[in-house]
Design a binder for this molecule. Structure first.
Ligand SMILES: *[C@@H]1O[C@H](CO)[C@@H](O)[C@H](O)[C@H]1NC(C)=O
Ligand SMILES: *[C@@H]1O[C@H](CO)[C@@H](O)[C@H](O)[C@H]1NC(C)=O
Ligand SMILES: *[C@@H]1O[C@H](CO)[C@@H](O)[C@H](O)[C@H]1NC(C)=O
Ligand SMILES: *[C@@H]1O[C@H](CO)[C@@H](O)[C@H](O)[C@H]1NC(C)=O
Ligand SMILES: *[C@@H]1O[C@H](CO)[C@@H](O)[C@H](O)[C@H]1NC(C)=O
Length: 637
């Protein structure tokens, strides 16, 4: 359980950080900082993956001659836990802006839950990142090639690949659940909305799908960062807030850059003062994002509560001294916690592509306006679409379409909209994570759930052993996961059972006369639990003792699995069960009526009567099991 919370936050957090590093490069002046992805992508995965390349179509949305060009999209697969014939689901990670190996290495949550679900794990790389380059080394050359890089093409890639994979694995009936964090979480959520026939559910961590246009206040991201520091110490916040002006003043001296280089103990003389500014900025923003209660080595080795530690450094220095040198001392905690750095490298991070893919996406559709308010600890800044558009035009020769994402995927009044047609989505957010402000923070319906972790409940992110601190927030996560798991278990087992019957039915059909009774097939538990319902539609199976036994066995398996899940269930779930049971009973009654009607009105239809009786007996058995289970879960008349 502790690991659930650990991992969900792990994904969220690390992915966010990636998002920030990239988005930051667009909104802040100065040189581009080397991407975290580049630093980290060679990490080892906890379980082995096989790498495949899928011939993907370049353009899913036109039939221009060039559109059918094929490129090789990388995906990773692990089937060591997959119980395909038992209905094991397929967990798909919808890749973000980076090399997919890195996400596979760091998305522990999925890997952690895979054995419980007997799932197949797939990580699909996003086009134009990692090895999935449609035009090889020339992919980033110009808008002519980059034009094929957008979220809709990426979603279509995932859809095409998943369908092909399911066909190749003969697993058409296996349910697919998509996962993602940050931009990948946005993609997961959008995938569920756009391709509900391919994915039965989505888990989106820290997905700022509301960070567009005017849905979320533009200053919310940096306000959240500032709040974290203010909460630690007001003096600390004031010192950092005042340090930027000192940096500006210092750099305006004749030998300003040399002075800044000296103060920042740089390995090489600085070319631009913006490097120093970005360096400080990065330290504060990232530290706010990894402000966890235990020592951790996530992006950088850091102590427990690093924001507090940074502020301790600032508060510990003599009053009145230079704010800039205090801010530098605090930032050194982030870069030099290991105490092994001889000097700091503020410049020289290079992007291996020359241009960066996310810059392109931000300049076209991912326009997320961000500002620093007067109350933030960063220098106040504004955002102007006009300026932004001008920069993009200069950099890529394109004009951003800031309203396209909300047109394509929505965002305004998301609660009302999703309540009406969406389902099976989990949005998870940690409130101290600055990105959370642009995420879905409210429960929308019984199956569109927002998990929000408050500041003081910050789960222990990386240390599984010391997981007790995470208990409280872990419970909340667990509860939702259990609900989701139950839903999945039902959906998961159903098709498998159905599949078995379909095979057997072909055999049985030859010895079983088609029933001619006109009684419409009665309502069944189908609406409540699709998995269970398939047990009742085997009209011809009643004469086949093997089939019957198989059926019973499957059903018991299904139930026992669900009961196992239930052990970890709290009141919430009991409530859920009550509703389910009441519904089941109502349907059973209806069923009985139907059966009686059938018996009464069609005496001549012996076959139909017989079938109805058998089905009724079966349905009653199901109902009784449901009742027993509901009682176990605390249901009372
Ligand atoms: C792409 O660039 C890399 C490194 O610069 C080089 O090793 C590789 O051969 C190039 N690939 C192609 C297809 O030109
Ligand atoms: C499925 O098989 C076809 C034919 O062998 C192959 O081209 C395709 O890449 C496979 N699909 C996936 C997702 O690997
Ligand atoms: C890093 O920390 C060590 C130990 O405190 C210190 O000796 C070293 O100078 C620091 N490095 C930099 C670049 O400040
Ligand atoms: C922020 O401060 C500037 C200068 O002091 C002022 O002109 C501006 O109105 C302030 N903005 C807000 C939102 O308070
Ligand atoms: C949403 O509902 C779940 C239980 O279904 C609960 O654990 C969670 O705290 C709720 N989230 C919010 C933001 O109220």
């Amino acid at each position: 359980m502790a690991s659930f919370s650990s991992y969900i936050f792990l994904i969220m957090l690390f992915i966010i950080s990636v998002g920030v590093s990239e988005i930051k490069s667009i909104y802040l002046p100065g040189t581009y900082q080397s991407s975290l992805l580049v630093k980290k992508h060679d990490e080892k995965t906890k379980i082995p993956f096989k790498t495949h390349y899928f011939p993907q179509i370049l353009d899913h949305f036109t039939f221009l001659p060039k559109s059918c060009k094929v490129f090789y999209q990388k995906y990773l697969i692990n089937d060591q836990y997959w119980n395909k014939d038992g209905g094991g689901p397929i967990f798909v990670y919808t890749g973000n802006e980076g090399n997919i190996d890195w996400f596979a290495a760091n998305t522990g949550f999925m890997i952690d839950i895979v054995p419980n679900f007997n799932a197949l794990l797939i990580f699909i790389e996003h086009r134009f990142y990692g090895d999935s380059m449609p035009f090889g080394n020339n992919s980033y050359k110009s808008a002519k090639t980059l034009g094929y890089l957008n979220s809709q093409q990426a979603l279509a890639d995932y859809a095409v690949l998943i369908r092909s994979l399911k066909q190749n694995l003969s697993s058409d009936s296996s349910p697919v659940v998509v996962f993602g964090g940050s931009y990948g979480g946005m993609l997961a959520a959008w995938f569920r909305l756009k391709y509900p026939h391919i994915a039965i559910g989505a888990v989106a961590s820290s997905a700022p799908i509301l960070q567009f246009e005017k849905i979320t206040p533009w200053s919310s991201f940096y306000d959240a960062v500032s709040q974290d520091f203010k909460d630690a110490s007001l003096n600390c916040y004031k010192v950092i807030k005042g340090s930027w002006a000192e940096l500006d003043a210092l750099s305006r001296h004749d030998d300003g850059l040399i002075k800044v280089s000296k103060l920042f103990r740089t390995c090489k003389a600085l070319q631009s003062v913006f490097s120093a500014r970005d360096w400080l900025w990065e330290a504060f923003v990232y530290t706010a994002m990894v402000n966890y209660p235990t020592e951790a080595n996530f992006m950088m080795p850091l102590p427990a509560y690093p924001v507090k530690e940074m502020c301790k450094i600032i508060d510990g220095l003599p009053k009145g001294g230079s704010k800039l040198s205090k801010a530098f001392a605090a930032a050194s905690l982030y870069y030099n916690y290991t105490q092994t750095e001889k000097c700091f490298n503020l410049e020289g991070g290079t992007d291996s592509h020359g241009l960066h893919g996310w810059d392109w996406q931000a300049c076209t559709e991912m326009v997320m306006p961000m500002t620093c308010s007067n109350e933030s600890m960063f220098p106040p800044s504004s955002f102007s679409y006009k300026e932004f558009s001008k920069d993009c035009k200069k950099q890529f020769g394109v004009k951003p379409r800031p309203h396209w994402i909300t047109t394509e995927f929505g965002g305004y009044r998301i609660e009302q909209v999703l309540k009406r047609f969406g389902s099976n989505m989990i949005f998870s957010n940690g409130m101290q994570d600055p990105w959370s402000r642009g995420g879905v923070l409210k429960n929308i319906s019984s199956s569109i759930v927002a998990l929000v972790t408050q500041k003081d409940l910050t789960p222990n992110l990386l240390s599984k052993q010391k997981g007790n601190m995470a208990r409280q927030s872990g419970n909340c996560l667990r509860c939702c996961l259990v609900i989701f798991a139950v839903v999945s278990a039902l959906c998961v087992s159903g098709p498998a059972i159905y599949w078995k019957f379909k095979k057997l039915k072909v055999k049985a059909a030859q010895s079983c006369m088609p029933c001619k009774c006109d009684c419409s097939p009665p309502l069944s538990l189908l609406e409540v639990a699709p998995g269970l319902a398939n047990l009742t539609i085997t009209d011809c199976g009643k004469d086949d003792p093997d089939l019957k036994e198989e059926m019973e066995k499957q059903f018991v398996d299904l139930l026992s699995e669900e009961l196992k899940l239930q052990e970890a269930v709290d009141k919430e779930h009991a409530h859920h069960m009550n509703i389910t049971f009441v519904e089941a009973r109502r349907l059973a009654t209806e069923y009985q009526k139907e059966a009686e009607k059938c018996i009464a009105t069609t005496e001549t239809c012996e076959v139909g009567r017989e079938r109805a009786v058998v089905l009724y007996a079966k349905e009653m058995k199901l109902t009784n099991l449901w009742e027993r289970r509901a009682r176990q879960a605390g249901w009372k008349d």
